[in-house]
Design a protein around this ligand. Structure first.
Ligand code: IPE
Ligand code: IPE
Ligand code: MG
Length: 242
């Protein structure tokens, strides 16, 4: 079975999970953190090299202030409670998304998570926080434009690689597989540039219900997908030149 090197997950459905149980949304987000912990363990066990998780989008600020503050609180709690354990298991943490608008205490925690785990070589856990694909592309364009203005490069020498390197994901391979839970079939501004040729799997289950078995089943589905990247598969190329 081909294991994807990089799996990216849109962890969606916490609110509906809570609603179905007559609980406040916060209970759903808490259960979502537990599903995240499990998924990190599963990814490590299965030998996945990169796991990116969509934790908070640049559009999630439009939720009611109490929910935004619950989500920020849970991120802080996750890092404070789980960082030591992640570090012990050799996980390297990276964070993508706009950092400048975040509260200083959150920025510090994110930096601490990255610097503490920078030397680790097991699973790479990429947390997309205050992340939006369009925002990321705009920030990348500004960096490139500044380089052109300063004469460090010319517009004619801009290539897809120049753009990739200016994104938050510089140095991170493109995701092979993007999984979204909760039955919604959209990307919601996640890894718009990077997911150009990713395989997409949409699962009906709500994120807190996502189990290691479902994770493994998604990987099985991935392993029978045929990826062509715009080319042709081997058999076609051999059997016909037309
Ligand atoms: C995903 O669950 C968590 C975040 C977006 C932060 P939701 O909160 O979007 O849950 P639903 O989609 O409303 O069920
Ligand atoms: C995507 O879920 C963002 C995260 C999972 C962090 P949303 O719940 O915000 O997406 P929409 O609004 O349903 O598209
Ligand atoms: Mg949602």
């Amino acid at each position: 079975m081909t294991t994807p090197a990089h799996v990216a997950i849109i962890m969606d459905g916490n609110g509906r999970w809570a609603k179905a149980r007559g609980l406040p949304r916060l209970a759903g987000h808490r259960a979502g953190v537990e599903a995240l912990r499990q998924s990190v363990k599963t990814a490590s066990r299965l030998g996945i090299e990169w796991l990116t998780v969509y934790a908070f989008s640049s559009e999630n600020w439009s939720r009611p202030p109490s929910e935004v503050s619950d989500l920020l609180g849970l991120l802080k709690l996750f890092i404070r409670r789980d960082l030591a354990e992640l570090h012990r298991s050799g996980v390297r943490v990276r964070v993508i998304g706009e950092r400048d608008d975040l509260q200083p205490d959150i920025r510090l925690l994110l930096e601490e998570a990255e610097s503490l785990t920078a030397g680790n070589g097991a699973l790479n856990l990429v947390i997309a926080f205050n992340y939006g694909g369009r925002d990321e592309i705009v920030r990348a364009m500004r960096k490139i434009a500044a380089d052109v203005e300063a004469g460090r490069t010319s517009s004619a020498s801009i290539t897809p690689q120049t753009v990739s390197e200016a994104l938050d994901t510089n140095g991170i391979p493109d995701p092979d597989l993007v999984i979204r839970t909760s039955g919604e079939m959209r990307l919601s501004n996640f890894l718009l540039w990077q997911a150009a040729y990713s395989e997409l799997i949409f699962l009906p289950c709500l994120w807190p219900d996502f189990t290691p078995e479902q994770f493994e089943e998604a990987l099985r589905q991935f392993s029978v997908r045929e990826r062509r990247f715009g080319g042709r598969n081997e058999r076609d190329v051999v059997s016909s030149s037309a």
